[in-house]
Design a protein around this ligand. Structure first.
Ligand code: IVH
Length: 672
């Protein structure tokens, strides 16, 4: 393909990809499958690799993260990003209304009421319809440049479709909130906990932490989202007068038209009574939302009136936020229960005197691990402050009244099997290491059968408990031996449901390989890591034999996970289960296998050294998607060393060992 045709195709692909991005991330209405989307993205990445001069900084391939930055540059906002006056008292809303009516007695106006999203305020700058800069609010006048991270947020348009004529020749800024949906928040905290890291206290902190990353590759995996709530057009380097859009409601419509995600749960109110009712509604219903809100924002809708009202030093006179009461309460800690999880981790859980928090009765709270007990200096009988944050399970914030001296000690033995507990170096969790511990076994089977893994319908905790109790299964491979006649005698199991269950178990044999890798329950291996493993190891036998160094060489697989995978397949009990699975005829195959024609690097190992123009991760992905391997060190087994500018010791090692050294250009030629 010549450069002109490549340029045209790139344009076409960028258009299509951004269209599907918007469908998926902004409109929540995808029209193609993830697989088809990935094919478009891969084609674009391939063309950009061959014609790097055609790759633009706003290419959708950047959504997975470009090169890390060294530091956050300061960005001065064109007009201050003000904060809002806030109140916890609904009576203050009438005062706010009275104040405005006194200031502009002649005006008739509506209020525009929005949800107050609990995230991090950001300002996005567009020039010629393209995203050029993204910055945090900072102190209101100057924020941090987070463009590299903002580009990874899929609901932030990199270039604007349907740009209104009035904005097409001017620079403008879109302000809004970057936030972390609760689902992403839970996932991040699960991963942090299983990796022995402190969980984030709430989605807002997790969003802030994600934006503070210098490496956008990390941010890209966090699942951040963005709601736009303000449009600030510029006029010769200064904020334009308010005449461009007449009201907040009209600018929200314009933002939506341009492809931004705006929160639809707003209301236009003719008077403050209507505002208070709407605030009450959401105070009750906030728990139903898939993201956290901490209150409501009430704005005068008319933008010209906003200008007339102006602002005091730090906040506008035309807006106020009504904050919901904190989701905390004090209660007595009745007991601390040690519970065993699937990986054998023994977790302390607080059993509380039931208390109402934000409309929900709470009687349990997370205490995470022994370090957390120490930190809280907590014991049974103490009066504690409990908070319902974004997490599924509330947590204990602090002891407010110490009633029992000393810190609660977790048991030395597993509460399920009585086996000894071990705390490994550098780990926060205490674990039961008995591979036949009954609770762990039960949870392992539950995990194997779960939706994200082998998805065996009808095989829930109750049935698994019955199967174990009746001695029908000793590990999850035994599921494949079950016959209808074995199941019928079980409690509440008729012939028909027994038949269905046997059928469903049989069907699970054909699930994609990534599901099986996940279902095995290898420590630290979540759904995404399992997909990465399946893309690299096309059969269970290959994964079984993988050495730690081979696993570590895979992008996104760290040393801890690599070691865990390696050790898992060297453990006698696990080897036995795997042999049984194979004998049962597990035929899992990977649905996302790269097409054969592109697997021209199969069996070849590459090592990169020195600076190349492609992001290293992208180059590595290109090798892997063609069936090759990437290693971090040169050995006799290395097939090619790709040497960029200023190569390091790998270059001299390659020379010594007689390994073929190729330039970046030669590497690109091999790609095509
Ligand atoms: S309007 C001058 N609208 O709340 C108007 N803010 O203290 C500026 N926020 O820093 C803000 N949701 O981070 C506005 N729908 C919304 C909001 C919202 C959340 C945050 C924003 C701001 C803080 C106000």
């Amino acid at each position: 393909m010549d450069i002109r045709r490549a340029g045209n195709r790139i344009k076409e692909l960028v258009g299509q990809i951004e269209y599907h991005n918007r469908k998926y991330y902004v409109e929540d209405n995808p029209v193609i499958s993830d697989y088809e989307f990935d094919i478009l993205l891969k084609e674009l990445a391939g063309l950009e690799a061959r014609f790097p001069e055609l790759a633009t900084p706003d290419s959708p391939t950047r959504r997975v993260g470009g090169a890390p930055i060294k530091e956050f540059r300061p960005v001065r906002h064109v007009s201050p990003m003000l904060s809002l006056d806030n109140t916890y008292n609904k009576g203050d809303l009438s005062e706010f209304d009275g104040r405005i009516r006194r200031l502009v007695p002649d005006a008739r106006f509506d209020y525009f009421v929005e949800l107050k999203i609990d995230g991090i305020a950001a300002s996005l700058t567009y020039e010629g319809g393209k995203l050029t800069v993204a910055a945090t609010r900072g102190d209101g006048l100057t924020g941090d440049d987070i463009t590299h991270n903002a580009r990874t947020i899929r609901s932030i348009p990199l270039s604007i479709r349907n740009i209104p004529e009035s904005l097409s020749h001017t620079r403008f800024h879109v302000r809004g909130e970057i936030f972390l949906p609760l689902k992403s928040f839970e996932k991040i905290n699960d991963e942090r906990l299983s990796g022995g890291l402190e969980p984030f206290a709430n989605p807002r902190n997790a969003a802030g932490g994600s934006l503070k990353q210098l490496d956008p590759g990390i941010t890209a995996k966090r699942g951040l989202d963005f709601f736009a709530y303000q449009l600030v057009p510029e006029d010769a380097g200064r904020p334009a007068s308010a005449s461009m859009f007449e009201s907040q409601s009209k600018s929200m419509e314009a933002l939506e038209e341009m492809g931004f995600k705006v929160n639809k749960l707003h209301k236009t109110c003719p008077d403050i009574g209507c505002v208070v009712d709407f605030c009450n509604d959401w105070e009750d219903k906030r728990a139903e939302l898939p993201y956290e809100i901490d209150g409501m924002v009430i704005k005068v809708d008319d933008l010209r009136l906003q200008v007339r009202l102006g602002s005091t030093g730090k906040s506008p006179r035309w807006a106020i936020s009504y904050k919901f009461p904190a989701k905390q309460a004090t209660t007595r800690l009745n007991d601390i229960i040690a519970s065993v999880g699937r990986t054998g981790a023994v977790t302390p859980v607080a059993s509380l005197e039931p208390v109402r928090i934000g409309g929900v009765t709470v009687s349990r709270a997370a205490l995470y691990n022994a370090d957390e007990l120490e930190r809280l200096d907590i014991n049974v009988g103490d009066i504690v402050l409990v908070e319902r944050g974004g997490e599924v399970i509330p947590k204990v914030v602090k002891v407010v009244e110490k009633k029992t001296p000393g810190v609660f000690k977790l048991p030395d033995n597993c509460p399920s099997c009585g086996g000894g507990l071990v705390r490994e170096e550098g780990e926060a969790a205490t674990r039961c290491i008995n591979t036949s511990c009954p609770v762990q076994f039960q949870k392992n089977v539950e995990h194997y059968a779960s939706r994200g893994a082998m998805n065996i319908e009808g095989l829930g905790p109750k049935v698994i408990d019955l199967l174990i109790g009746a001695g029908l299964i000793g590990d999850f491979a035994d599921l494949y031996k079950l016959k209808t006649d074995d199941l019928v005698p079980l409690e509440r199991m008729g012939k028909k449901s027994a038949d269905n269950l046997v059928d469903n178990i049989e069907q699970s044999k054909g699930r994609p390989l990534s599901r099986l890798y996940y279902g095995l329950g290898i420590r630290h291996v979540g759904g995404r890591s399992a997909e990465i493993l399946a893309a690299r190891f096309n059969s269970l036998d290959d994964l079984l034999k993988a050495e730690v160094s081979e696993l570590e060489a895979i992008n996104e697989i760290g040393p801890v996970m690599a070691r865990a995978i390696h050790d898992f397949f060297r453990e006698g009990h696990n080897i036995n289960v795997i042999n049984k699975l194979k004998a049962a005829g597990i035929t899992n195959s990977e649905e996302r296998k790269a097409p054969e024609a592109h697997r021209n690097f199969a069996g070849k190992t590459f090592v990169f050294t020195g600076a190349i123009s492609l992001p290293r991760a992208d180059a590595e992905d290109m090798v892997k998607s063609r069936g090759g391997k990437v290693s971090s060190s040169v050995s006799r087994k290395t097939d090619y060393v790709v040497a960029g500018a200023d190569p390091g010791s790998k270059y001299s090692n390659a020379k010594k060992l007689g390994v073929e050294i190729i330039s970046e250009d030669e590497f690109r030629n091999m790609l095509s």
